[in-house]
Design a protein around this ligand. Structure first.
Ligand code: PMP
Length: 437
């Protein structure tokens, strides 16, 4: 050991660690969680909508009466009982035996997040490219970055991912000699954009990927949280092969249990289990028993309805408040389900630069840049409506509108608004940006 000391870690980091930085959301948590701040920044479900006493009693019994199994190790793939229940849950969305879904091909994971990590471990080499919606889930960006893969964004409009843009992206990357492994997509009630891939586009996206030899990783935590109509059937309900279906109980039951799953093509299920065992040995037996017992003994379909009703009311509160108070030039999506609205700020406003003023005005949001791998998104913000009450949502939007009005006024005074040729805060202006309004 010459020249370095043992508290000098930087030079020792693996290459994949070098790009690791705290996400925008993590960095914001400390301030956004102060009680005086209306946080529209998080993504937490409204757990108080659960029958917490009954769930608590159930959890107590799992330890007291079934501790010999629930506190023991289990098998890497997850218990058969839970995998069977998961198939019942998926059948509600149209993924059933008729399209080859079977408990045998389900791998239980530690939330949807481990499911993403497993798929990345299985398929991504350093330098590989993942195609993903722009914007996309911040936690997926972290996983792909850790795998030293690059993300190429494909723009969306209010019908979701644009198939023509997907074709262009695939052709461009092929021309550049890049290896694209899969399309990562959240087709239903997308996080963060709140848009849903239309029925007609689902087939086209699948056809395009099939023709290009791309796998599809379908991330679907929100599909059962639709407010008005049923969501279009998932991609996995339309294709048996080539589609990995990922979901979680985090939004439909409780994220604290950390239970998710992958429905994998049969040929790769074993590899997923081996990769998962290397990572975690096995998912928590206690958490799996909790979810299994919840699904077997409690009215989970009713609970889904309750979540939908609570979130629909909050979505409406947010859309009404935005309609009433947002400054001219602001646009936003009108989600049919899920937890988020994605807003585009008037030209010239920078979501990140505005953040300290928003916090000072006691409101928090997530700047759009967190949801892109390429620095785009500074003209966007993500707003969460699942956790705050309708009154807090309205108050939060009121405070946010005030901050935006102030920023607009300041920029007018200093002559920085609408300078021709200058698209402030949009570093990704050369690539097609999302037009989600
Ligand atoms: N995928 C998406 C699109 C998500 O929004 C989330 C959670 N916000 C996850 C995966 C991870 O969920 P989990 O809590 O089950 O790990």
């Amino acid at each position: 050991m010459t020249g370095t000391t043992l508290d000098d870690y930087t030079d020792r980091y693996a290459r994949r660690v070098r790009g690791m930085t705290a996400s925008e959301i993590r960095a914001l948590f400390a301030v956004a969680s102060r009680p005086e701040v209306v946080s529209l920044a998080g993504g937490a479900p409204y757990i108080a909508a659960l029958p917490l006493d009954a769930v608590g009693e159930m959890l107590g019994r799992l330890g007291a009466e079934h501790g010999a199994t629930t506190l023991q190790y289990g098998i890497g793939q997850g218990t058969l009982e839970l995998r069977e229940r998961i198939c019942e849950v998926m059948a509600l969305s149209g993924i059933d035996a008729s399209c080859g879904a079977s408990p045998d091909d389900v791998v239980v994971t530690v939330g949807g997040q481990q499911a993403l990590d497993l798929v990345a471990r299985l398929f991504l080499d350093p330098g590989d490219v993942v195609l993903a919606e722009g914007p996309t889930y911040v936690g997926a960006l972290g996983v792909f970055q850790a795998a030293q893969a690059q993300v190429a964004h494909v723009p969306m409009d209010d019908q979701g991912l644009i198939p023509e843009a997907l074709e262009v992206a695939i052709a461009d990357l092929a021309r550049a000699g890049r290896r694209v492994k899969f399309l990562y997509t959240i087709p239903t009630y997308q996080n963060p954009a709140g848009v849903t891939l239309s029925e007609e586009r689902r087939e086209r996206v699948l056809d395009i990927c099939e023709r290009a030899g791309l796998l599809v990783v379908e991330d679907d935590p929100y599909g059962q949280l639709g407010f008005e109509t049923e969501a279009p059937r998932p991609l996995r309900a339309r294709r048996r092969e080539g589609v990995f279906y990922l979901s979680t109980f985090s939004k439909t039951f409780a994220p604290g249990l950390r239970v998710g799953w992958i429905l994998a093509p049969h040929a790769v299920r074993d590899k997923l289990v081996i990769a998962s065992e290397a990572q975690i040995l096995c998912p928590s037996a206690y958490a799996q028993a909790a979810v299994t017992t919840y699904l077997a003994t409690m009215p989970w379909r009713e609970q889904l309805k309750t979540y939908r009703e609570v979130y629909r009311e909050r979505r409406d509160a947010m859309l009404d408040a935005l309609d009433d108070m947002m400054p001219a030039g602001t646009t936003w999506t009108r989600p049919g389900g899920g937890l988020f609205v994605w807003a585009t700020l008037p030209d010239g406003l920078d979501a990140k630069a505005m953040m300290p003023r928003a916090i000072a005005a006691r409101v928090a949001y997530v700047p759009g840049t967190g949801f892109y791998a390429d620095g785009s998104g500074s003209g966007n913000i993500r707003l969460n409506f699942s956790f705050p009450s309708p009154e807090r949502i309205r108050e939060g939007v009121r405070r946010l509108a005030g901050v935006m009005e102030q920023d607009i006024a300041m920029r007018r005074v200093f002559g920085q608004v609408d300078r021709p040729g200058v698209r402030r805060g949009r570093p990704g202006a050369d690539t097609p940006g999302p037009d989600l309004a």
